[in-house]
Design a protein around this ligand. Structure first.
Ligand code: MN
Length: 511
C-alpha cells in the first residue's frame, strides 16, 4: 500500500534566530526585503522577530505583518504576560498571525529561572491561554527539550496542548542530539502525550555538532510535521538547520521521506544571495545547495560524466534552485525604468529618494564598468538599504590615497557637511587605514573597527568590491556598507555610512 506524502510546514526563523546572532543584524528595511523574498519562496511561516526584545524588533515585526502577504507571520514571546501582549500587538496587522511562546524546561533552565517543574508548567499554561485569547494560532516551545526530563516534557506538552497550543515545538536548543536519538524522542512524545494528535509537532535543531538537518529529517520520519530552519543555516552559534538543505533533501528524497513542502525551490538561490548581500556574510564555497561550488564539476572524470549524462554525478539540477549564469543585465544606456524593473525582479522594492540615489550610483558605475550584472545591482541596493534610516550628515566629495613599497601610506579626503567642504589628510598602516584616519579627523568621530569583510561581487578585472564593516562608536555598534570598483573607496564609503548612522539617528546594530 502506498504511503501518503505528508506536507511539511517550513517555519523560517532567519529574521529571529538568525538575525539575533552576531554579525547578522538587519535594519527594518533589510528585514522587510528579506521577508518579501521569503514570501516569494513560499515558506509557510515567517518568524519575524522577538517584539519584546527592543523597539526596533517590534517595529520590524509590525511592518512585516502589515506588508508581507502569504505566509503566517509569527513573533516570539517568553511565557510572560508582557511579552505575549507585545507580540500580539506586533503581529496584529497580519491576516494570518501566530504567537510563538516558549519556556526553558531542562534542569539547568529551571535552575536558572528558579522555578520548579510545577511552576514552569503553570507559567506555560497561563502563557498559552493568554496567547490563545489574542490569536488563533499559538505555538509553544520547550526550550532545551532534548535535555529535559521525559516525564516532565510529556506533562508540559499535554498541558500546553490542552491550553490551546496548536503547534508544539521540540527544540534541540544546544545542538546536542544525534539523529536516531532525536527521532526516538519525537516517537516517544507521540506515544506518551495523550492529546498529541491535536497539535502539529515541530522541531528546531541547532548545528553545533553539524547534525541540525539530519536531526530534523529524522524527526520527520518519526512524525514531526514542521521544521524550523533558516536561510544559509544562520542562527545562534553554529546556526539553525539550513532551509535550503531541508527543502532540497525533502524534494530530492521524496521517495524515501514520503514528504513534501510548498517551497518554490527555484527561489532558493536568489534568497540565499539576498541574505549574503544584506549582511555581507558569505557562505563557504563547498556549502551544500547554495555554496559557489555546489553545482560545479571540476574534475575531468566528473565533467565528462556530466556532459554525457547529467544524472551520473548530479542528484539535483542547478535550475531547481534557480541557479543561472550571471547575466549582463544593464549597461550605461539603460534608463531608470529598466533599472527599477530589474530591481523589482530581484526582490527589491525601493522607491523615492532611495531609488534616486541607487540610480545615480548605477549610472556612475556604468561609466566605469561596461557590463552591469545582477550582483552589481544587489551591491548598490544593499548600500542604500543599509543606510536608509540615517541622515547623510557627511558626504564624500573627493578622496585620494597612496601606498607602495617603502612609502608611507597617505590619504587626503574631502567631505561635505551641509554647504561646507572640509579637507584633511592622514598617514596610516596602509591606504585604508590612512583613509579611515582622515575621515575620523574630519568627522570628529572615533570608532573601533570590530569587523571588516570584503568580497568581490562579480568576477573579472573591473569587478565591484563590497565592503561591510562593524564599528563601535561610543557604546554602540553600527554596520556600514560600501561598494565600488575601487576597494579603498568602498572601504571609505562603508565607514562613512557607519558614522552617518551614529550622527544621523540611524539604528545601531548591537543589542
Ligand atoms: Mn534557536
Amino acid at each position: 500500500m502506498a504511503q501518503k506524502t505528508e506536507h511539511i510546514t517550513i517555519f523560517d526563523t532567519t529574521l529571529r534566530d538568525g538575525e539575533q546572532s552576531p554579525g547578522f543584524s538587519m535594519n527594518i528595511e533589510e528585514k522587510l526585503a528579506m521577508a518579501l523574498q521569503l514570501a516569494k519562496l513560499n515558506v509557510d511561516v515567517i518568524e519575524a522577530g522577538f517584539p519584546q526584545a527592543s523597539v526596533g524588533d517590534f517595529e520590524a515585526v509590525h511592518a512585516i505583518a502589515r506588508k508581507v502577504k502569504g505566509p503566517v507571520i509569527a513573533g516570539l514571546a517568553r511565557a510572560i504576560a508582557g511579552d505575549i501582549d507585545r507580540c500580539a500587538e506586533a503581529v496584529k496587522p497580519a491576516k494570518r498571525r501566530r504567537i510563538h511562546t516558549f519556556i526553558g524546561t531542562s534542569p539547568s533552565h529551571l535552575r536558572m529561572m528558579r522555578k520548579t517543574p510545577a511552576e514552569a508548567l503553570k507559567m506555560a499554561v497561563e502563557a498559552v491561554k493568554r496567547a490563545a485569547a489574542r490569536v488563533e494560532d499559538v505555538e509553544f516551545s520547550t526550550m532545551d527539550a532534548s535535555r529535559t526530563d521525559r516525564a516532565f516534557l510529556y506533562d508540559i506538552l499535554e498541558a500546553a496542548i490542552a491550553a490551546g497550543a496548536r503547534t508544539v515545538n521540540i527544540p534541540d536548543t544546544v545542538g546536542y542530539a544525534i539523529p536516531q536519538e532525536f527521532g526516538q524522542l519525537i516517537a516517544h512524545i507521540r506515544a506518551n502525550v495523550p492529546n498529541i494528535n491535536k497539535a502539529v509537532i515541530s522541531v528546531h535543531c541547532h548545528d553545533d555538532l553539524g547534525m541540525a538537518v539530519a536531526n530534523s529529517l529524522s524527526a520527520i520520519q518519526n512524525g514531526a510535521r514542521q521544521i524550523e530552519c533558516a536561510v544559509n543555516g544562520i542562527g545562534e552559534r553554529a546556526g539553525n538547520a539550513s532551509l535550503e538543505e531541508v527543502v532540497m533533501a525533502i524534494q530530492t528524497r521524496r521517495d524515501f521521506l514520503k514528504a513534501k513542502t510548498q517551497v518554490r525551490s527555484r527561489e532558493i538561490h536568489k534568497t540565499s544571495r539576498l541574505l549574503i548581500s544584506i549582511t555581507g556574510v558569505t557562505v563557504q564555497p563547498n556549502k551544500a545547495i547554495v555554496g559557489e561550488n555546489a553545482f560545479a564539476h571540476e574534475s575531468g572524470i566528473h565533467q565528462d560524466g556530466v556532459l554525457k549524462e547529467r544524472t551520473t554525478f548530479e542528484i539535483m539540477t542547478p535550475a531547481s534552485i534557480g541557479l543561472t549564469k550571471s547575466r549582463i543585465v544593464l549597461g550605461k544606456h539603460s534608463g531608470r525604468h529598466a533599472f527599477s524593473k530589474r530591481l523589482e525582479e530581484l526582490g527589491y522594492q525601493i522607491r523615492g529618494d532611495a531609488l534616486n540615489a541607487a540610480f545615480e550610483k548605477f549610472k556612475a558605475l556604468a561609466d566605469k564598468k561596461k557590463e552591469i550584472f545582477d550582483e552589481d545591482l544587489e551591491a548598490i541596493v544593499g548600500e542604500e538599504m543599509s543606510a536608509f534610516d540615517a541622515k547623510r550628515v557627511f558626504e564624500m566629495v573627493h578622496w585620494q590615497s597612496t601606498s607602495g613599497a617603502n612609502s608611507i601610506p597617505t590619504a587626503t579626503v574631502s567631505l561635505k557637511k551641509e554647504a561646507q567642504v572640509i579637507t584633511d589628510s592622514a598617514i596610516g598602516d596602509g591606504p585604508v587605514d590612512a583613509t579611515y584616519k582622515a575621515i575620523e579627523r574630519i568627522t570628529g568621530v572615533k570608532g573601533r573597527l570590530m569587523s571588516y569583510n570584503i568580497r568581490s561581487v562579480t568576477l573579472g578585472k573591473e569587478a565591484v568590491g563590497e565592503v561591510t564593516i562593524r564599528v563601535r562608536i561610543g557604546g554602540q555598534e553600527y554596520t556600514g556598507k560600501g561598494s565600488s570598483t575601487d576597494v579603498i573607496e568602498a572601504s571609505a564609503k562603508a565607514l562613512l555610512a557607519a558614522i552617518n548612522k551614529n550622527l544621523g539617528g540611524g539604528r545601531a546594530a548591537a543589542r
